[in-house]
Design a protein around this ligand. Structure first.
Ligand code: SOE
Length: 388
């Protein structure tokens, strides 16, 4: 199938774990809610194990399976390749798919290193000139409240930005007995909390402010250095990534920023939070209450001032006109439907989708700078302990 055949677009996805399931939901439903130029046809699911991939395809709504991603990329009925695999495979699959003329949606972080991300961004720029599009799946940009926050900042409602405070807190690694996973292996994941969830807050902060980070200073640590091998076998495996990454940053517009990414914040399940303070107002967002945006307008009269809660469910709020009447809330999965809707629209209009691979590379450079800063330690000043 090709785009010329009516309004259908053949989609293939590689990987079928958590991200695969949530992307499938988006491909299945997007055209029922958004006026997109193509109806996605979920032609093939890629996975290494034939039986497990077949079961996943049935459960998630894919027409066929491939156990070799190369075969999937080579198929004539595939127009779009959606990459939902660990980071160590992104570069090879994306570059091959783009070279084969397939549009590519790739999970975040774009790659496991700046070198790979550069290679991908070059391939994407080449493909773009030939009308082949690519996008990185930074889905939090598609939370309506964060898209609204960006609009308010761009309208000048916050004035000059002074502080950006971004945290992403989870707790699923707090238990030292939690088994080893690919996310804790450097060769597969690239980095730990930094790349997995720190990448989201770097992208979200740059997206909302419309600005770019120009410098960072970071510390990272690994709290649990060995974990039980998964699947009940004996023994432990070494954790080779960071468990927590903290860093300070400066935006090109002058705002100072702090970032915190950890999977050890007991009680915090998916607390992706962003707060901005400007010369005229402030904004505050917490993904665990993702339908709300808190706005402080410095011009409010003294007696009545305070943060006001904006319930982001009005039809003129980003993405909301496609959904339910005001007050009927959206969830995590909707952000992926929005992502896929934007991607299909970009393919249709010919506008390069955002965030593109160049944006993914920019985030990768920030992650790399944090890692270099943490390893180098030159911005770490020991406190004089002479009195102890
Ligand atoms: C796991 O930490 C994870 O699934 C991330 O990989 C996702 O990107 C994030 O949205 C939720 O948490």
């Amino acid at each position: 199938m090709s785009q010329q055949d009516g309004d259908a677009l053949g989609v293939a996805m590689v990987g079928h774990a958590f991200m695969g399931a949530v992307h499938s939901q988006a491909w299945r439903t997007v055209h029922h809610f958004f006026d997109v130029p193509f109806v996605p046809r979920m032609v093939a699911l890629g996975g290494r194990d034939q039986q497990r991939t077949k079961e996943a395809a049935q459960r998630l709504g894919w027409e066929s399976v491939e156990t070799d991603w190369r075969a999937l990329v080579a198929r004539d009925d595939v127009d779009v390749v959606d990459i939902c695999t660990p980071g160590d495979t992104h570069c090879e699959i994306a570059v091959a798919a783009l070279a084969a003329g397939k549009h590519v949606l790739c999970e975040k972080p774009l790659a496991n290193s700046v070198g790979e991300a550069e290679h991908m961004a070059e391939a994407a720029a080449r493909a773009d000139r030939a009308g082949v599009r690519s996008m990185v799946a930074f889905n939090y940009r598609r939370v309506p409240a964060l898209a609204l926050a960006r609009r308010l900042v761009a309208e000048g409602r916050l004035g000059e930005l002074r502080h950006v405070r971004a945290v992403y807190l989870q707790d699923w690694l707090s238990d030292p007995a939690a088994p080893m996973t690919w996310r804790l292996r450097k060769e597969q994941a690239g980095s730990g909390a930094l790349g997995d969830i720190g990448a989201h807050i770097v992208d979200a902060a740059q997206f909302v402010t419309g600005d770019t980070l120009v410098g960072v200073s970071g510390v990272t640590d690994t709290f649990v250095r060995h974990r039980p091998v998964a699947g009940g076998s004996h023994g432990t495996e070494e954790v080779t990534v960071d468990d927590c990454a903290l860093f300070l940053g400066r935006f090109s517009g002058g705002a100072l920023a702090s970032f915190e990414a950890t999977r050890y914040a007991l009680g915090r399940k998916n607390a992706m939070r962003l707060e901005l303070n400007g010369s005229r107002g402030s904004l505050s967002f917490d993904f665990e209450a993702m339908n709300e945006l808190w706005f402080y307008d410095g011009a409010d009269p003294g007696a009545a001032d305070g943060f006001r809660r904006v319930l982001v469910t009005e039809p003129d709020h980003p993405y909301l006109s496609a959904w339910w009447p005001p007050g009927h809330l959206l969830g995590y999965e909707h952000t992926f439907t929005h992502e896929v809707a934007d991607f299909l629209t970009a393919i249709g209009t010919g506008e390069p989708p955002r965030p593109g691979f160049a944006d993914g590379l920019r985030v990768q450079r920030v992650l790399d700078a944090v890692e270099r800063s943490a390893a180098d330690g030159s911005c770490w000043t020991p406190v004089d302990r002479a009195d102890q």
